[in-house]
Design a protein. Sequence first.
Length: 270
Amino acid sequence: MKVNFGNVADNYSRYRNDLPDDFIPALKARGSNIKGKKAVDIGAGTGVLTRALYEEGAQVTGVEPCRELIEKAEERNKKEDIQIRYKNGSAELTGLEDGCYDYVTVFRAWHWFDRQKALKEIRRISKKKSMLIIADSGFVSKSKVIRETMDIVGKYKHGGKIIPAGAKAEAGQVINGFPVEWFREWQDAHFDLQDTYKFTYDVLFTNEEWCGRVGSLSWMTEFDGKKQQAILNELYEHLMYTFGETDHKIEHSCFTAVLKRNPDPVDQMY
């Protein structure tokens, strides 16, 4: 599935930095020792998780197919005087070397991948005792501001209906936020589930920040810049009229699956 996040790169960089404070501590509490390890963050976007792994002491590379998002990540490198390598590549074709990575992470991106090809590529680049960490997060609040935001954006969508992003639109039953078929796919690719868990967290947005957050969503990528701005202007005016100058506390959930790579029959031949 293809979506051009370059169309929303500015908003993505400014308003999608909501990696939960508990994300890295939760991994560490479950035995993930990232410090000093080689890691690759696939679908890195503007480097939200990539930077967190770097700050934790990992030797991390970010892989991202959208050049505009890489540019934003590299701007943060310069601004913060940090050295993180970003590579223009996809989950299905990273361009990385064989068998080198202790950790492979994916944050808010698995639903965009060709999952079978991605799993094959992850096995190629990862070490035989590596870990695969797949996480997703997003707002789950049923508050008035969410409902009315969806109504406004939905008017501009075909059929007036907003559907989940990427492969999540095809999901039926879910387990802890992940489509149930993903668990079978991971198992078939010899990645054994070690843990899956979720936690909630709140993010505060001003009216302007909330419009920016909405402007970063995949739903907006199908519109040109002029239409995007018109939608966000309408949303901003509605928020000011309905709520005034205020902060909106938006509840989010973070879902995480921790998987361990196990040998398959080909591995066991060596």
